[in-house]
Structures are given as C-alpha cells and as structure tokens.
Design a protein around this ligand. Structure first.
Ligand code: MRU
Length: 347
C-alpha cells in the first residue's frame, strides 16, 4: 500500500494520525482538506510532502479546469491556490519544491501537471531504493561491521515517503541483507512519530528493535548501544547543515562524543542550495498544546505556555555523511554539496 497516491481523480493518503490503531485511507478531493491534512500531520515526512504538494497542484488544476467549463485554464487562479498550498508547512523544502515543479507545467494544462506529479511519485519510489542500497553499503564500510545496531528518530519510513523510506529505508535494506542486529527508534516527542509510526513499520517488517524515550538516546549512545545513527532531513542547506525532527541535534552531539557515525539520508530534492546555512531555515513552532498534553488529555497544568519547535538543525561539522539517491557526501571530512558528487570513501 502506498502512503500517498493519485486514484481516480483524487489524492488518497494514509491518515497517519490514526496509526498504529487504525489503518485508514483518506480520499482528498479539495485543497482545504489537503492543507488541513498536511497541518495536522495526516500526511507528513518531507518526501511525502513533496508528492502531496505536486498532487495538490494537480487537484487544484483539475478543479479550476472543471469550473471553467470550455474556457482556457485560469492560470492566475491555479497560481493563487498553489501559493496557499506551498505555505502549509514551512520547514520541509520538499513541499514547495513539489508545488513549484508541478507548476512548471502550468502552461501545458491540467493533464501535464498531473503527469509531472506522477513522475515525482515514481521518482520517489526509485530514490528510496537507491538510498537504501547506498546507505547500507556505507554503514558497513564506516563501522567495519557486517551486522550493525542503529539508532534513529522520528519516522523516515514508507509513511514519510511513497513506499519505502529514507533513513528507515536504509534500516530495512540492512535487514533484508541480514546486516541488522537491532534498531533503536526514539519515541519522538511530542507527537510520537517514532513510537506510533516507526515502531509500527519495524513490526510489520519483522525487524529486531527496542523503543527508547528521546532522552535515553544520547546517554545510551555513550554506553555503546548503537554503531551508527541514521536520520532523515526536512531541508539541507547549501553548506550541509540539516534540519530534521527536534532531537536530531542532541543525537548528533552524542554521536560525536561516542565516536559513532551520524548519517543523514535524504533525496536530492531535500537539498536547498538557495538556503546558505541552517541559520536561514525557518523552524515550524507548533504551539503549546502539543507539549502540554497528548491525545486530547492535558498533562501540564491549565495555562502553562510552551515553546514547541518541530525541528532542529544539525551543523554540517557533526554530520559524518549525507546519503542521497545520487551520491554520498562526507561533510565531516570537508566535502561539500556543490560541484561534482564526491564520496569515494577509499580515497
Ligand atoms: O513533523 P514531521 O513528522 O513531518 O517530521 C518529519 C521528519 O522530521 C522526518 O525525519 C523528515 O521529514 C524526513 S522523512 C523521510
């Protein structure tokens, strides 16, 4: 089953807010519904947001086209609605990237926009397979081990992409290659993407794993529990600084302290060369309610305020490797994202 797809003229997506208790598809036929699904994290994860953005433009174009009857497609109206979709969440560059890429076909009409959205979907599936293979090879190479124990945060699996995943896709590949000794997903406060979604995915793939609370991650790395840390990314700046789920930065610091490779796995579409460094990345603050309670139950006293950054930024100096669908770049060894792809580990 795909996390997000285009079926009979509409977007169908797994409503991730219901997992792990219920696996239900939500059929989205209108833009406000899609924006709502993105904002309440029914669809989430950078690559899946890229596909949602592109398919969202296809949805907009189809509805504007239908409203216009025989008239030519009202391109200004499509642009106006696409701008709303683009702004639904700020940190993952893939959302605006997906919208913008679909919009490059605007002059060719609604069918061409849909064609582009479907191409993005298909490319995501291929990119995840490629990242998985490259990441698994790299892990064995960096750790010098045939079977590894890995730590990860948030959900970077099939639910964060169309079909297979980025960092969790590497873990799945390691499993398939009999190279996974054990995985340690962090629960990922406050919305528990690790406990609800990653644990669900790891169970389905029958991987050996034990769940950790977020604050146990850095300490257990210092005790040698894992050979490598894998994370995804929502936006990678031109200098390699990487935004990802809050908690990633603490893991990177702890990985450095423990001498464990810290590996970012993300498709090329997550690299934003127009953002110079992590300091320029807008970090979504999701407001106090998610921190002060869970599932509609208040855990902090009434009236308590909170700061709730959904993401943090790991400086490139702390990143051992960035694995994309096309290359491996080693920022910790001074390699950069610009220019010719690097990554020959043996050189
Ligand atoms: O707030 P979310 O659940 O959308 O955050 C998702 C993450 O931080 C992921 O790690 C990132 O998007 C990469 S997904 C392959």
């Amino acid at each position: 089953m795909r996390t997000i797809d285009w079926i009979d003229g509409a977007i169908e997506l797994i409503d991730q807010t219901l997992l792990p208790h219920r696996l239900e598809l939500h059929r989205v036929t209108e833009l406000p519904e899609l924006i709502d699904d993105i904002q309440r994290l029914a669809v989430r994860g950078a690559p899946a947001l890229g596909v949602a953005g592109a398919m969202g433009v296809a949805l907009i174009a189809a509805s504007v086209d239908a409203a216009n009857g025989d008239e030519e497609l009202d391109r200004d109206e499509v642009r106006r609605q696409a701008a709303l979709l683009r702004e639904a969440r700020p940190t993952a560059v893939n959302l605006s990237w997906g919208v913008d890429r679909a919009m490059t076909r605007l002059d060719e009409g609604a069918a061409a926009i849909l064609e582009e959205a479907l191409a993005i979907r298909d490319e995501d599936i291929a990119a995840c397979i490629s990242m998985g293979l490259r990441g698994a090879d790299l892990t064995r190479e960096l750790t010098g081990k045939d079977r590894v124990r890995v730590m990860t945060i948030c959900n970077t699996g099939s639910l964060a992409t169309v079909e297979r995943g980025t960092a969790l896709g590497v873990i799945q590949t390691l499993l398939e290659q009999d190279s996974l000794e054990e995985a340690f997903p962090l629960e990922t406060r406050p919305l528990l993407q690790g406990a609800r979604l990653t644990a669900w995915e790891l169970q389905r793939m029958e991987a050996p794993f034990r769940l950790l609370i977020d604050s146990a991650g850095p300490f257990l790395l210092s005790r040698g529990i894992a050979d490598a840390v894998f994370i995804g990314a929502d936006r990678i700046a031109a200098n390699g600084d990487s935004a990802n789920k809050i908690g990633s930065f603490s893991l990177a610091l702890a990985a450095k302290h423990a001498g464990v490779p810290f590996i970012v796995v993300a498709p090329e579409s997550t690299i934003d060369m127009s953002t110079a460094s992590g300091a320029d990345i807008e970090i979504e603050d999701r407001g106090p309610l998610e921190v002060a309670g869970f599932g509609g139950v208040r855990t902090a006293p009434e009236g308590v305020d909170a700061v709730n950054p959904a993401f943090d930024v790991t400086p490139h100096e702390l990143i051992t490797a960035i694995v994309t669908d096309r290359r491996v770049v080693l920022p910790s060894r001074g390699e950069t994202l610009g220019g010719v792809p690097l990554g020959d580990l043996r050189s």
